[in-house]
Design a protein around this ligand. Structure first.
Ligand code: MN
Length: 233
């Protein structure tokens, strides 16, 4: 029995880490559009089904399609996301906007996976306490960064090069893996604060959306992303 449980845990963590760890090292030429691992209605009542449907099947898909097309035209489909983001300023804006748009949304959907949302790993919990004092302090900093982002963009929790956790925000579809980002690191939480992520239900009340967002966050997934990010250091 114990063995079975252990196998399940190992498999689950491997799958979780796959979403980002593998995506970072995946070549554009090998990409297929991300499969949402739940139904549109499963994020209700925090995020309504229609918003999830439009966000995933139109916005996310169009970033993907545009990205693959532009990468092919530029003949950079052999690059991995990691390589591409690291020198994104040397490519046309279409790569930054659509490559970022594709990648950022994979992270967003992954960390909102329905499931056990309470389990935060010991190592992530220790790191949060070390760098923020408490989980609540970290969440408050992310919320603050979300509200200060003028217009469209993202707020992030990232693992910096030294392993330190940091909160930051980027405009549009930029992310902290990009050479253009002020704060650099591997993102483990990303809050989409584009209006398309919340407007149908929340209208202009971004603060309410961001506050409720945390009810959906799957800390098991975030912990797995943290472990993966630390392993890569
Ligand atoms: Mn979005």
């Amino acid at each position: 029995m114990r063995k079975i449980i252990l196998a399940l845990v190992v498999t689950t963590f491997a799958n979780l880490a796959q979403a980002q760890g593998n995506l970072l090292s995946q070549k554009v030429s090998a990409l297929s559009f991300y499969q949402l691992p739940y139904n549109y209605s499963e994020l209700e009542p925090v995020i309504d089904a229609l918003t999830v449907e439009i966000h995933y099947s139109r916005h996310h898909r169009s970033y993907f399609q545009n990205f693959v097309k532009i990468a092919e035209e530029l003949k950079i489909s052999d690059l991995t996301f990691n390589e591409m983001f690291g020198k994104v300023s040397s490519y046309p804006a279409g790569i930054r906007n659509n490559g970022g748009g594709y990648f950022n949304h994979v992270l967003y959907w992954e960390i909102l996976k329905p499931g056990n949302r309470k389990n935060i790993s010991k190592s992530l919990s220790d790191a949060i306490i070390r760098d923020f004092g408490s989980v609540d302090n970290m969440i408050n900093q992310v919320n603050d960064a979300s509200l200060k982002r003028f217009g469209s963009g993202w707020a992030w929790v990232v693992v910096g090069n030294s392993g330190k956790l940091m909160v930051c925000s980027t405009p549009n579809q930029d992310n902290p893996l990009m050479d253009v980002s002020d704060v650099k690191g591997v993102p483990i939480v990303g809050v989409d604060v584009w209006e398309h992520a919340y407007y149908l239900k929340y209208q202009n009340k971004r603060a309410e959306y961001v506050k409720n967002f945390w009810e959906l966050v799957n800390w098991e997934v975030v912990s797995a992303l943290y472990e993966e990010a630390i392993l890569q250091k």
